[in-house]
Design a protein around this ligand. Structure first.
Ligand code: NDP
Length: 296
């Protein structure tokens, strides 16, 4: 089909951030305080530093409190968990995010489990995964929740649609599948052991690719009129004379455009949604903690 649409995640995320910015003063009127997000960065990983800086900037731009905690790479497990516990107790903190990956021998799972589930704005605590699976009030990982928002904006009611999620990580694939199931999709989870992935994908009205392999999903795998969410962020080898390679997703976008109804570009699709949903999760956590109705 010609006329396939590129889904503008950047614009959608900007609108979401604006709605949050407007909700913050209302929260302040009702509670006398400002929602706060604490971000913990251990070590000097360059990508993590960039992520933490952009989270800080977005939090401040939304009118929320941003608390940054930068710890040296040789921080011990005990010190890190002690910091997380102090943030759990701190009433000015509504959301806690520990930037992953952690350096050295630090035990990521133990650190995430130390976060109060009601402040776990990344949605990575098993309690939140369990609540999501059971259809209870949860904090949901930002990237899949942002992907779902884009899908609902495109398709409205998702009920009865066939959805294929490629990738089954705790961060993206699994919660994505749970969210689609909760929307009454018929959900298939595909992964590295899936047999005949092209044919599995061909049955899908909705495809979410969260693999981390450049352009693994080809255009002719896609059903006519499918809506495709490309979560992958992969950097290609630089072309001659260039310093850095291009960023591409897990889907061969230009091929896909010949088949699909709509697809998220990389960059500018899902990526910008992730931070916007982090702000949303912080406001949601703050509202629940204050016993207020949830923001829309
Ligand atoms: P993981 O590496 O944790 O998971 C990748 C998944 O893909 C695994 O379940 C793996 O299967 C599956 N897989 C690997 N190879 C194949 C294959 N050949 N065929 C089918 N499935 C395969 O990655 P994440 O989920 O953390 O991230 C996925 C991608 O999304 C990455 O590119 C990442 O950079 C990007 N990302 C983007 C975000 C954003 O803000 N836009 C946020 C988070 C991630 P198995 O389980 O069998 O090993």
């Amino acid at each position: 089909a010609t006329g396939a649409q590129l889904i503008d995640g950047k614009a959608f995320a900007a609108e979401l951030r604006e709605r949050i910015r407007q909700a913050v003063p209302k929260f302040h009127e009702q509670t006398g305080r400002t929602p706060g997000l604490a971000v913990v960065l251990v070590g000097e990983d360059p990508a993590s530093q960039v992520y933490v800086a952009s989270k800080h900037k977005a939090t401040v731009a939304a009118g929320m409190e941003s608390f940054e905690h930068r710890l040296p790479a040789d921080t011990s497990q005990e010190e890190l968990i002690a910091l997380v516990r102090s943030l759990n107790e701190d009433d000015s903190v509504d959301g806690i995010l520990v930037q992953l990956p952690l350096p050295g021998d630090l035990d990521e799972k133990a650190v995430v489990m130390a976060i109060d589930p009601d402040k776990d704005v990344d949605g990575l605590h098993v309690i939140n995964a369990g609540r999501l699976a059971n259809g209870e009030e949860a904090l949901t990982p930002c990237t899949p929740l942002g992907s779902l928002m884009l899908l609902k904006d495109q398709l409205g009611d998702l009920s009865g649609l066939n959805a294929v999620v490629v990738g089954r990580s705790i961060l993206v694939g699994k919660p994505m599948a749970q969210l689609l199931l909760a929307e009454n999709c018929t959900v298939t989870m595909a992964h590295s052991r899936t047999r005949d992935l092209p044919n599995v994908v061909r049955g899908a009205d909705i495809v979410v690719a969260a693999v981390g392999r450049a352009e693994i999903v080809k255009g002719d795998w896609l059903k006519e009129g499918a809506v495709v969410i490309d979560v992958g962020i992969n950097r290609l080898a630089p072309e001659p004379g260039k310093e850095r390679g291009r960023l591409v997703g897990d889907v061969a976008t230009s091929e896909a455009m010949g088949h699909v109804r709509a697809i998220t570009p990389v960059p500018g699709g899902v990526g910008p949604m992730t931070i916007a949903v982090l702000l949303r999760n912080t406001l949601v956590a703050a509202s629940r903690r204050a016993g207020l109705a949830e923001p829309e």
